[in-house]
Design a protein around this ligand. Structure first.
Ligand SMILES: [Zn+2]
Length: 247
C-alpha cells in the first residue's frame, strides 16, 4: 500500500513538472499552441502516431474555439493585382498532391500547392509594372495560427518555405499557407479579414531564393480534418469554395 502511494505521488509530481514545461515551451505569441505543433511537424520532431492524434485533436479544438458564424465566407485571391491566370501551368497543373503528407513536414513529397508568379524579371521583389512590392492577402476570414519570419539564406538548412504564414478559416474548416514571403505584417493569434494584407511577397526558402527561380507565392489549402490538401486552382478561379454555388 505504501509503495502504491509512493508511485501515485511520484506520478502526480511528474505530471505537474510536465505541465509546467509544456507551458514554458509555448512561445508567448502562440496562445493556441498550434504554432508549436506546426514547428515540430516542420522540423520532423514529432512521430507519426503522436502527429496523427494531434491533427485530429486540433481539428476538433479549432472548430469549437472559433465558431464559424463569427467569420464570413468570401474568397479572395492571395496576391494583390494578380489572378488565377498567374498560377503555374495552363490550368493549375502545378498542383501535385500525390505522396504528400502534412506530417512529413519540411521533407514532404509532392507539391500540394499553386505557385503564383509575379512580374519581376530582375528579381528585386518589385512588381515590374507598378515598381512596388506585391501584397500577400488573406484568402478568407480567419485566425493566424503560425508565422515564421526569421528565414535567412544561411539560416535553417533546407527550409523550403522560407518565411511563411498559416491561417485557419473556420467557415471552411481549412488552413491556408503562404510561403516565400518577405515581410510579415500579422502575428500569431490575430484574427484577419479576407482580403486583408498579411505580408509582402519575397524569395525566401531553400530554392525560391536561387536566381534560377522566378518570384512566386507558394499557396496551399489543407482541410483541418486530416490535413489533406485541396487544389486551390478552381477555388481561386471561381472565387468560390468547392461545393458553393453562385446565386
Ligand atoms: Zn511551390
Amino acid at each position: 500500500m505504501r509503495t502504491y502511494l509512493f508511485y501515485v505521488l511520484i506520478g502526480l509530481a511528474l505530471g505537474c513538472v510536465m505541465d509546467m514545461s509544456a507551458n514554458t515551451e509555448t512561445p508567448a505569441m502562440d496562445k493556441d499552441g498550434w504554432e508549436s505543433f506546426e514547428r515540430r511537424v516542420r522540423d520532423g520532431s514529432i512521430n507519426r502516431r503522436e502527429g496523427e492524434a494531434a491533427v485530429s485533436a486540433w481539428a476538433d479544438r479549432l472548430r469549437v474555439r472559433y465558431p464559424e458564424d463569427e467569420f464570413e465566407r468570401g474568397i479572395f485571391f492571395p496576391l494583390k493585382g494578380y489572378s488565377f491566370k498567374d498560377c503555374g501551368g495552363r490550368n493549375g497543373e502545378g498542383y501535385q498532391p500525390k505522396g504528400y503528407f502534412f506530417l512529413d513536414g519540411n521533407r514532404h513529397k509532392g507539391h500540394p500547392a499553386q505557385d503564383i508568379f509575379i512580374f519581376d524579371r530582375n528579381k528585386d521583389l518589385l512588381d515590374d509594372n507598378t515598381g512596388r512590392p506585391v501584397d500577400v492577402i488573406a484568402m478568407a476570414d480567419g485566425v493566424v495560427l503560425s508565422t515564421y519570419g526569421s528565414w535567412t539564406a544561411k539560416g535553417i538548412e533546407g527550409l523550403r518555405g522560407g518565411n511563411y504564414i498559416w491561417i485557419y478559416h473556420p467557415q471552411f474548416r481549412a488552413f491556408s499557407c503562404y510561403a516565400h514571403l518577405r515581410d510579415i505584417v500579422v502575428h500569431t493569434g490575430q484574427r484577419v479579414k479576407g482580403g486583408e494584407k498579411i505580408a509582402t511577397l519575397g524569395r525566401s526558402g531553400e530554392r525560391a531564393f536561387l536566381s534560377s527561380s522566378p518570384t512566386h507565392l507558394h499557396f496551399v489549402i489543407l482541410k483541418s480534418e486530416g490535413m489533406s490538401p485541396i487544389n486551390p486552382y478552381p477555388i481561386l478561379k471561381e472565387g468560390l469554395w468547392e461545393g458553393d454555388t453562385d446565386n
